[in-house]
Design a protein around this ligand. Structure first.
Ligand SMILES: [Zn+2]
Length: 337
């Protein structure tokens, strides 16, 4: 759980890799249909894809929105397609089925699912995150795992379609919709095919990882009665509204999973106590001539990395530790005195 940093270059490279290939396959597919079929909604939609410029970006073409439109553009497109399909329904009853099936054949089966077309490992590397953006607990795996029969085998790369490909097949190859994740979050019954915006397209059960707002989820701890002996705590996770509870707790089960990290809180307490102890401060000052502002970097000493959010894509439990550290600091009082 963190915001995937903006990486415009990744999207541009994605467009350059796939736009022309998509256009060729769609043109070929279109050419094989009857002229009657081409006049209907799906045919007209494909025509708009075929007529898109594949050498430029920021033209706002349909192909560009499909491949690299950001979350806002994706939602605008969904609403537009919903509206157009509704309007067409008056003339053709199965217009939606034909459209969805065609989009699924092309964008899911022919493009996304084919290793020879879409390179999942390259995508994960391109997005450049190492920890799962949904849970922040597990690493995203994309490593070679050679077997006797195939030296190039890799551990199955996990990529979640934030807007699920079963509901929005036309976004199955969209750069921003393809979220590198861990297998726990990606599979059922976790995120699976659950739709983060819901059937009416207006909910926010999960935050799009490119637009994650850290302040809308907060971790804290409640000391147990034996805390004075063993530092044991109960970890709590709060979401800012009921919709987010559904996504992060009911679907991903993160409140339960994070309860398993209560030991982490105890460790932080013990370490922090050692770091701020006066004796320890004096020892560092006398022995190593440590500058007096040294102790202001306590988080770094405690964790071995900075608490700045730009570290979140690479460090497990980053947000969790940051929130807990804030509370410990409050409970301890000013640690920089
Ligand atoms: Zn995860």
């Amino acid at each position: 759980m963190y915001r995937i940093p903006d990486n415009n270059t990744g999207a541009i490279n994605h467009f350059q890799d796939y736009a022309e290939k998509v256009k060729l396959v769609v043109s070929d597919y279109y050419a094989k249909q009857s002229s009657e079929w081409c006049k209907k909604y799906t045919g007209k939609f494909l025509e708009r894809v075929i007529s898109s410029d594949t050498t430029l970006t920021n033209t706002g073409s349909l192909l560009e929105i499909l491949l690299i439109g950001d979350f806002r553009k994706q939602k605008d497109l969904i609403i537009l397609i919903d509206k157009e399909l509704d309007a067409e329904k008056i003339n053709q009853t199965d217009v939606k089925n034909v459209f969805m099936q065609t989009m699924s054949d092309l964008f899911v089966d022919t493009f996304y699912n084919k290793n020879t077309f879409f390179n999942k490992n390259k995508h994960i590397e391109r997005v450049g995150v190492e920890v799962c953006p949904y849970c922040g607990r597990n690493y995203v795996f994309s490593v070679k795992h050679p077997t006797k029969s195939n030296p190039n085998t890799r551990i199955k790369p996990q990529i979640d379609h934030f807007l699920p490909k079963s509901e929005y097949p036309y976004l199955a190859l969209n750069y921003y919709n393809l979220i590198p994740s861990c297998s726990t979050c990606n599979e059922r019954p976790s995120k699976g095919t659950n739709d983060p915006i819901g059937n009416d397209r207006v909910h926010e059960y999960l935050m799009q990882p490119r637009e994650f707002r850290s302040e809308d989820i907060e971790f804290s701890y409640i000391p147990n009665t034996s805390f004075y002996r063993d530092f044991s705590v109960k970890v709590d996770m709060k979401c800012s509204n009921p919709d987010l509870n559904k996504g992060y707790k009911k679907w991903l089960g993160l409140d339960k999973l994070y309860e398993k990290h209560n030991g982490e809180v105890s460790r932080m307490f013990v370490q922090l106590e050692a770091v701020i102890a006066d004796k320890y401060k004096d020892y560092l000052k006398n022995k190593f001539k440590v500058p007096s502002d040294y102790l202001q970097s306590v988080p770094f000493i405690l964790f071995g990395y900075s608490l700045s959010d730009d570290q979140a894509p690479f460090i497990q439990l980053h947000k969790f530790k940051k929130d807990i550290f804030k509370q410990i600091k409050r409970d301890f009082g000013d640690i920089n005195q």
